[in-house]
Design a protein around this ligand. Sequence first.
Ligand code: WT7
Length: 692
Amino acid sequence: SSDHLRHVESMAQLPSGAGKISHLNAVILGETLASEENDLVFPSQDFSRQALVSSPEQYRIMYERSIQDPAGFWSEIASQFYWKEKWDPEVYSENIDVRKGTVKFEWFKGASTNISYNALDRNIEAGNGGKVAVYWEGNEPGDDDQLTYAELLEKVCQLANYLKHVGVRKGDSVVIYLPMLMELLISMLACARIGAVHSVVFAGFSAESLAQRIIDCKPKVVITCNAVRRGPKAIHLKDIVDSAINESVKGGVPVDLCLTFENQSAMKREDTKWQEGRDVWWQDVVPKFPTKCAVEWVDAEDPLFLLYTSGSTGKPKGVLHTTGGYMVYTATTFKYAFDHKPSDIYWCTADCGWITGHSYVTYGPLLNGATVVVFEGAPNYPDSGRCWDIVDKYKVTLFYTAPTLVRSLMREGDEYVTRYHRKSLRVLGSVGEPINPSAWRWFYNVVGDSRCPISDTWWQTETGGFMITPLPGAWPQKPGSATFPFFGVQPVIVDENGNEIEGECSGYLCIKKSWPGAFRTLYGDHERYETTYFKPFAGYYFTGDGCSRDKDGYFWLTGRVDDVINVSGHRIGTAEVESALVSHPHCAEAAVVGVEHEIKGQSIYAFVSLVEGVSYSEGIRKSLILAVRNQIGAFAAPDKIHWAPGLPKTRSGKIMRRILRKIASGQLDELGDTSTLADPNVVDQLIALSDC
Ligand code: WT7
């Protein structure tokens, strides 16, 4: 193991040389870094020996090649896929620097391919038609199903043929509002097969959010199901879709067709509200279509999907991913970060409504011919052992989840874990937020029996795939660090002035140069794309995250530096929650901050002023929370409403969130300088109302 250490030390020079500790260090990381940075957890020799990348040297060679010769590196990998036509002659072109004109990334331009073909037909032609593509586990234990690659292709073709039949053409968009049924993956792959652009909306979003997304992308079809069971409850999704469509009709965007899957275990069709002429049962039409469907070849830069994500201003951003680069990137990152082998059984607990489900439930794994477990239910139903029950049932080898789930299961006690075997597990994964070292340790020691490396994958909706991640057999992990950049990725840490800082330091995380999986624009708003991501630090892509690098070159992500709150790994913009609150007729003003939360990472804390003459009451508190649930979704509901006769503002009227954050987290002795406030008295008023 001292050998390993030497390699790690030599890797410290990879991104940059030695440097000084920045003053930001203490601010961003507090005291933890100094002790954590020496905490190395090595993969076993057995694991490393069999790994795709088994040593720092092997990584170093591949990484250096990927940086020095991106075209050669990525075109070799891309050649493993099927392209109807090859790119010609350039592999990529980019302008990342706003000062030099429009920001534009292109990969494999001029090539044509199809991601659905590469995920299905290509694997079947290689002899894997009989391999299980998807194991589906329902909410109720014992309710399960499975599809081989050949069967999945048939289902995808039937839906693709149906969509073509109802007039969906290449470039048209389709909104998908489904829970984790196999039909969700089938819908994504069917759209991709015919060149339609899917826009999956997480089925926890409210009618208003769904309507907003429908209005933005004007889909030809909305695909949904009548209801879903989550734990003991049934949620009537079709009712939500109905009101979203009514809303979008008012907004000038009619929806002519709502394809509805009858999810019989949750609700019978007789009980489903129905609009004749617009609503069609999936089971009545789709199975009648042929099980073969010719592929629509699309340009590598044709759009594959839209996925909306929160930013620091009100309106959600339609992140647009294209086909070729995204395909190559998700497949490659999946393979290396999980050390995927053909015999693996892979389970990612994310929902396809988020980017993790797009890249690492559907596309990345299927492009590798992997067997994927899809789980419809909740991890604590019927009890907190459900995950490990599923791991044992399907002999899951690669298990990918979020820190919030780890923490919530950790609280329930080891008993729920240790009563299951879990011997099949090989690699664990974490995503969504920094994983705190104690949760990391529990995941590693208890869930993985101190045997399975943890891939703590840092990435974003915008990046398409992993950016900073362990390669599990290549180097020791440090609990809480996402470790090193993936091939082709050049992370840099910059200071407030946008200057790169070297060595051991803290600052803002940016990326230099494009990578194949990068988003290409914000749908319909390229200017916002440039302003949000490429203008803050000209010459770089700005991630919105703070980051530090330790003496060994390990990267430590420290959370968002913008007005975005990360609740259970879900990104929520403060402005969105504020605008939902102020839409309440009794709300005069609202300011929202994130506070640390034991399980969720952060929770939403709202300061609210009511209009003149209305007094604070439990009823209003409840209806304010309901306003957020209705406008965004239950997952964005504030945990706390703090009554605020006034908000701390500067003389120019800017709300000082720094002070609000301190009040929200009870750090009253750290309020800092309040003398620049227009009315310093509001701070005392707020403190007095802390417990109300
Ligand atoms: C933000 C992106 C990427 C899929 C899930 C969330 C945070 C994500 C990590 C990690 C530290 C992480 C960042 C990032 N984040 N993974 N392993 N370590 N932070 O996607 O909604 O686009 O959010 O999630 O703050 O910017 P997203």
